[in-house]
Design a protein around this ligand. Structure first.
Ligand SMILES: [Zn+2]
Ligand SMILES: [Zn+2]
Length: 340
């Protein structure tokens, strides 16, 4: 691992490091000592209190995304306190580090309020080291203040699952009284349903796992069935959080005319060939890529106001492989969170 301050070799930190991409069943994360990173210019050093586990981490680890840094420390839903660096936060301030680590601020996307599409963006736990560690550095202008109402564990899943789910909801074009299908009911959906219900939207859940169906009903879904289930009523929009391409035609079959299917993941298995009439009547399919800082700020404000209750399963940092295996096997109720 790169070190910028040789003295830090005397003062290492623990981290769960990915040396080589491999299936999570082989437990590829290595719990080891690495140097504490040093903040440069506009960066801050943060002591990690909690780091949420996201399906994108699984895609990074298993090699479904391009290798941008190796070895790399995954993790991009980081809650911690500022130790030093930068000018925006005092030491001790509680902040959250999300997936979007930086953008260039100058390209056509950044200049038009679409920094989530920036071609020079870098990503926490992918392009740069993330939060499966005792410390992380982050750009001070890309971290969020964590609202007081959330403890560290409860706040962690808000930082990607929550924000991405919120952006998916925004892009779904819903109005009060509409019906929404959520496909996959993990960390993102268990937050999104709370926002949707706050907006007076009726939510139906489609997920293969019975435990996830049960959670959806507990959180107020009017229906819970399998991924291929026929919806008891037609949907205005659907959000696919599960990375399974075969759910696209399954969701389209349940859509009203003019409905939108939003794909919330960074990776998905191939979408099967399907007849044109599934998408005719102005139905649309659109993906969601990352989020803007404004999405994050708007969502955290709203999350505090509703307020959102996240359900978390805590794992020790050294058990990061176990947490990710559980995620892959649909065995997490709500969100998994690592604690150093
Ligand atoms: Zn840009
Ligand atoms: Zn994520």
């Amino acid at each position: 691992m790169e070190t910028r301050d040789p003295s830090n070799r005397l003062n290492p930190m623990k981290a769960a490091v990915l040396l080589n991409r491999a299936p999570i069943e082989t437990n590829p994360l290595v719990y080891t000592d690495v140097p504490i990173p040093d903040p440069r210019n506009n960066e801050i050093l943060i002591r990690v209190h909690a780091c949420g586990v996201c399906r994108t981490d699984l895609h990074v680890i298993e090699g479904e995304l391009p290798v941008l840094k190796q070895p790399v420390i995954p993790g991009h839903q980081v809650v911690g306190v500022v130790e030093k660096g930068g000018t925006k936060f005092k030491p001790g301030a509680r902040v959250g580090v999300p997936w979007l680590h930086s953008t260039d601020g100058t390209c056509e996307y950044c200049r038009t309020g679409r920094e989530n599409l920036c071609e020079a963006a870098t990503f926490t736990g992918h392009t740069v080291d993330g939060g499966y560690a005792e410390y992380i550095v982050a750009r001070e202008d890309f971290v969020y203040r964590i609202p007081d109402g959330f403890d560290d564990l409860a706040a962690a899943p808000l930082l990607c699952a929550g924000i991405i789910g919120f952006r998916c909801l925004r892009l779904a074009g819903l109005n009060p009284g509409d019906t929404l299908g959520l496909y996959g009911f993990g960390a993102a959906a268990h937050v999104a349903i709370q926002v949707a219900k706050y907006w007076n939207i009726k939510v139906l859940a489609f997920t293969r796992d019975e435990r996830h169906q049960k959670l959806a009903l507990e959180l107020g879904a009017s229906f819970a069935g399998g991924g291929n289930a026929e919806s008891p009523e037609k949907l205005n929009a659907a959000i696919l959080f599960a990375p399974a391409g075969e759910l696209v035609p399954a969701a389209l079959r349940n859509m009203k005319r003019g409905g939108t299917v939003v794909l919330g993941g960074i990776h998905m298995s191939p979408i099967p060939q399907m007849p044109y009439d599934l998408i005719y009547w102005e139905r649309s399919i659109r993906s969601v890529a990352n989020n803007t800082r404004k999405d994050g700020e708007d969502f955290l404000d709203l999350a505090a106001k509703i307020p959102i209750h996240t359900q978390t399963q805590t794992y020790r940092l050294e058990d990061a492989n176990a947490a990710l295996n559980a995620l892959k096997n649909d065995a997490i109720r709500g969100a998994a969170v690592l604690v150093p």
